[in-house]
Design a binder for this molecule. Structure first.
Ligand code: NAI
Length: 332
């Protein structure tokens, strides 16, 4: 019998196991679940595997890749779309192919964005806590309609486009900013506009851009200054799109009506894990949590059964393609 391919799934979460086990029925790899993140501290663990499977919390630096190479790891399979946690140049130099999951379910993230928007527009987070405390008063729970509101969407790629369509269904006026315009969205009624106009006119601003040097802190002090009094902001893109210290200042002045964040610029080492018995040292994050009009979630927008299954199917499919043919459409 030929030896099974051993795949080390690093930084593995319990919620991923079922989808990977189901996907593996088609491939019969030997999947090994490893809870620690793959970093320079844990890199010696790679020596047992033919393939390393990594998530966004890992840090695949030069030394980690060197260890992979010297241990005979033949492939790095990312179970994410993002790859800014991998030193790709080094992987190329060492001839370690890297595959990823470019898209798994834009609707999962778009729908979660809507959930956050409805939460902050109708203060569901407050009423949930209140009713559980036998407080059935409505005082302080007045929200706002989304119907006819101006929604400014930054980034109309796969996720932004899905979110635009849902917001059109709510009867919102949808404005968008992107380097390239999507004709289908324009035909549906989305109005592309310069960034400044969106900042000035939007009642709600939602971020769906990738994080890169051009988009980092796209919402900074200058941008907050231009916004309407009473604007609401949602970020399910990447934390670094917002200059958080500046956001805190504008929350303190009351200019911003409500904020929902699924991502935070310093989330590494905090998000995805249980820190309930610890003292969190990040004062900006702690300050954000004190505002009654701020809702934070822990990078959860992708987390649906459908998205997890798609991630698992594509990841194991990518591994199989590379091992069998040396090629994959999802090779970086
Ligand atoms: P995408 O690549 O399909 O779309 C990104 C859009 O941003 C493109 O239309 C592109 O033209 C535009 N863009 C890039 N740079 C720009 C710039 N400087 N100015 C204006 N527009 C620019 O990406 P997709 O799949 O829609 O994802 C968007 C982001 O959502 C991802 O980069 C990721 O950061 C985030 N995300 C968050 C998840 C979560 O669980 N919270 C899960 C998956 C993705």
């Amino acid at each position: 019998m030929s030896k099974k391919i051993r795949v080390g799934i690093f930084g593995c979460h319990k919620y991923e196991k079922a989808s990977f086990s189901r996907a593996n029925e088609n491939f019969q790899f030997e999947l090994v679940w490893i809870e620690p993140r793959l970093t320079e501290e844990t890199q010696s663990l790679v020596k047992d595997f033919d393939v390393v499977c990594s998530f966004v919390e890992d840090k695949i630096t030069s030394p980690v890749l060197e260890t992979m190479k010297s241990s005979g790891v033949s492939l790095l399979a990312l179970r994410s779309a993002g790859f800014n946690h991998v030193n790709l140049n080094k992987a190329k130099e060492l001839n370690i192919p890297v595959v990823r999951v470019p898209a798994y379910s834009p609707q999962a993230i778009a729908e979660f964005t809507v959930a956050l928007l409805l939460n902050i527009s109708r203060k569901i987070h407050k009423s949930f806590m209140r009713v559980r405390d036998n407080n059935f008063s409505l005082e302080g729970l007045t929200g706002f309609n989304l119907y006819k509101k101006k929604i400014g969407i930054l980034g109309t790629g796969q996720i932004g486009a899905a979110f635009c369509k849902i917001m059109l269904g709510f009867g919102c006026e949808v404005m968008a900013y992107d380097l390239s315009e999507n004709n289908e969205l324009k035909e549906l009624g989305v109005a592309y506009a310069p960034l400044d106009q969106i900042l000035k006119e939007s009642d709600v601003i939602s971020l769906h851009l990738p994080l890169n040097p051009q988009t980092q802190h796209i919402l900074n002090d200058q941008a907050f200054k231009k916004m309407k009094e009473g604007v609401s902001i949602i970020n399910t893109g990447r934390g670094g799109l917002i200059e958080t210290k500046s956001l805190v200042q504008y929350l303190k002045t009351g200019k911003i009506r409500a904020v929902a964040l699924d991502v935070y610029e310093e989330e590494e080492g905090i998000f995805f894990e249980d820190h309930s018995q610890e003292i969190i040292q990040d004062d900006t994050l702690m300050r954000l949590m004190t505002f009654p009009n701020v809702v934070l979630t822990s990078h959860q927008a992708f987390l649906t059964e459908e998205a997890l299954q798609e991630i698992a199917n594509t990841t194991l499919g990518n591994i199989n393609d590379i091992l069998e043919t040396g090629h994959s459409a999802n090779l970086l």
